[in-house]
Design a protein around this ligand. Structure first.
Ligand SMILES: Nc1ncnc2c1ncn2[C@@H]1O[C@H](COP(=O)(O)OP(=O)(O)O)[C@@H](O)[C@H]1O
Ligand SMILES: [Mg+2]
Length: 271
């Protein structure tokens, strides 16, 4: 097994982070406040919370796409300034270029880094094979299923060998079976590569099945982590099988006890 960084290193640290937005009526909405969070190198952390609580905003802080209004974001011990170059970002929506084939889409990150085209193509083919898309290299995105496009996007993220993978509800739009296959593939690749993963989802079962630790965000405004739960289910895991483990149900109940209150609160405060 390859270790991307020495074990125990802190890959991501948020300290006292606050982020607000202007509202259309000229007011200020504080989405996140007093957010403290640490993710160790090689750790798989799932972030759950009610819809609209600030999960994507938190991920955007770590990606360097949004600066915090207060507090600090550190990446491997250094303050983050601008875009987080050590992370790659997998969104819920498709961001593949429709006029490029699967292979050309996967090559992009290397081409931007001036890797010679033939080498980039070779690596793209290898990554497409690793995500189960051998034979689909020359298909355009519209010729692929939703699950296949996700696989292309995953290969596109991994080919640049990021130390940190930020994933924002990446599988939410997939049907259950495709989703479970993708989750198992993600775990397999994670086990081989040991990237640091911060995975956002509103689905508690998915969070437990995948992660080493589940962090629960409170309902907004001023959302912040209100609980964290280590997941010591054995690995390697099969996401379908692991749900049958009695320890899974036990953990689900404990986390849901906390999350349920936040979901109800978000619903009552909601738009
Ligand atoms: N760019 C923005 N401008 C104004 N409000 C925003 C912006 N981004 C997010 N928000 C608000 O911040 C809150 C958190 O949003 P978000 O992080 O997308 O939540 P989640 O991902 O948990 O569903 C929501 O109330 C949302 O409306
Ligand atoms: Mg979101």
């Amino acid at each position: 097994m390859k270790l991307a960084s020495p074990p125990g290193t802190c890959a991501v640290r948020l300290q006292g982070c606050r982020r607000s937005f202007r509202t259309p009526d000229g007011g200020v909405y504080v989405a996140l406040d007093r957010v403290d969070l640490e993710v160790r190198a090689g750790e798989f952390v799932a972030l759950v919370g009610p819809t609209g609580c600030g999960k994507s905003t938190l991920l955007n802080l770590v990606a360097g796409l949004l600066p915090p209004d207060a507090g600090r974001v550190e990446v491997f011990g250094s303050p983050l300034e601008g875009i987080n170059r050590r992370a790659s970002y997998l969104f819920q929506q498709d961001v593949l270029l429709p006029w490029k084939t699967a292979e050309e889409n996967v090559m992009l990150g290397l081409v931007f880094r001036r890797v010679p085209r033939e080498e980039a193509r070779r690596q793209a083919r290898a990554w497409l094979e690793r995500v189960g898309l051998r034979g689909f290299e020359n298909r355009y995105p519209h010729q692929l299923s939703g699950g296949m496009r996700k696989r292309v996007a995953l290969a596109q993220n991994l080919i640049v060998d990021p130390e940190i993978l930020l994933m924002d509800e990446p599988f939410a739009a997939l049907d259950v079976q495709t989703r479970q296959l993708m989750e198992n593939d993600l775990l397999r690749i994670w086990q081989e590569e040991r990237k640091t993963v911060l995975f956002v989802t509103h689905d508690l079962e998915e969070a437990i099945a995948l992660s080493d630790r589940v962090v629960v965000l409170s309902a907004g405004p001023a959302a912040r982590p209100v609980g964290e739960f280590p997941v010591d289910l054995p690995r390697p895991r099969d996401v379908t099988e692991v749900r049958l483990d009695p320890a899974f149900g036990e953990l689900f109940r404990r986390i849901w006890d906390l999350l349920r209150g936040e979901v109800l609160r978000a619903f009552r405060l909601g738009p």
